[in-house]
Design a protein around this ligand. Sequence first.
Ligand code: SAH
Ligand code: SF4
Ligand code: F3S
Length: 456
Amino acid sequence: MAKTFHIITFGCQMNERDSETLAGMLEAEGFVKTEDKNAADVVILNTCSVRENADKKFFGVLGQLKHPKEAEPSKTVCVCGCMMQQQHVIDTLKAKYPWVDLVFGTHNVSEFPKLLKGVRETNSKVVEVWEDGRAIAEGLPAAREYPFKAYVNIMYGCNNFCTYCIVPYTRGRERSRRPEDILAEVRDLASSGCKEITLLGQNVNSYGKVKHGEGSYCYLEEPGGLAGEGVDFAKLLRMVDEVPGIERIRFMTSHPKDLSDDLIAALRDCKHLCHAFHLPVQSGSDRILKKMNRHYDREKYFERVEKLREAVPDIALSTDIIVGFPGETEEDFLDTMDLVRRVRYDSAFTFLYSVRRGTPAAAMEEQVPEAVKHERFNRLIDLVHSIWEEKAADYQDKVLPVLIEGFSKTDASMLTGKTESGKTVDLPGDPGLIGQIVPVRITKAQTFSCYGELVK
Ligand code: SAH
Ligand code: SF4
Ligand code: F3S
């Protein structure tokens, strides 16, 4: 019988994409995916460290694996991802979870088959984490989650060091993939029937721009190829837009400080770029933005939003906001509320500030009390939701192209899909439509999702 595997993924799209690579490598070795984590021969927990909740969830799930591992010692328990790039996590694992078999990090995913083989053949425990990224590994297999939509990494790491954020420590310095490699992957996806791609990077707007210090790699430093033409993010988008078969292009995440006029022009011109833009603001207070090391102020943010809306009037804007950053006063928070009222986001991800060990903000005085954070958070959510509710009305009776993605989460007899703006639409229809983009009339527009019917 074939050996089985099960992967549990925490965190962002980067991790989801890495898990597809891990699954692809396991399938290449003859392993078969199972839905039962307790029965799997190989279990992988791909971790996230962005907020404390993510850490806690990981230790909770890991604890549940202790008994299955004791009952079946030949089972291999692997942990990887962002948490593993932090020494204090490795120390905790060694002290409290000595039964974990394999620990690796974000930079050596490509080494996984070799590490796993070593662990399983010699029955030993291995901890191998690299401190920073090396040359980008191309051509790794991937077992993609969906045939019709896919994530495509365009860069790895982050150089921004926002003072609250752990990502630059867990994902290392910024490295851009070669445009040729990205285009080859997109063409490959298109030829296998993929309709929608999402280009991934922590700061896609600086794609191709960063030259590195010692020991790191950058395609711009290679002779020949497209690098010589200075392909930045706007140019890359124009190239991806030309790939036949790809009908929707999304990307994330865009940092406001590097959002160029060229990118806005690409958004206006490219046929397949979705009219949706995720532009994390984090705070509406200039004082807090400075302490966060974001390198823009609210005026600059408003100016970028205005330019975007001028170029693409129907663009749907979304954002990330942190409430309760150290030193945030009621006045600072009211600036955030005011910014949200002015921009009127189509959607917003709101977070309570979470102290991340080793980041500059963790050492800042004036940490905001939990009760104050929660009270502000609730006010912000109420505002965000009331705006969504008002904006949802715009969808009523519209006919929009919807990519049918599967069955509705709330009613398995219905299909579910996404509009270009990212709004969820549930509708009755033939499962044969899954993976297709079809015209749908919105019959009931609600705050979080809509109902619709197929337009024949
Ligand atoms: N690179 C992306 C975001 C990566 S993390 C960007 O710059 O936009 C995703 C979101 O998590 C961030 O936008 C931020 O809002 C939130 N976040 C990051 N660190 C956090 C922390 N310590 N506490 C609360 N939220 C945090
Ligand atoms: Fe974190 Fe800032 Fe980098 Fe985004 S840009 S990953 S928030 S440090
Ligand atoms: Fe989490 Fe790492 Fe992504 S910390 S948000 S999984 S880059």
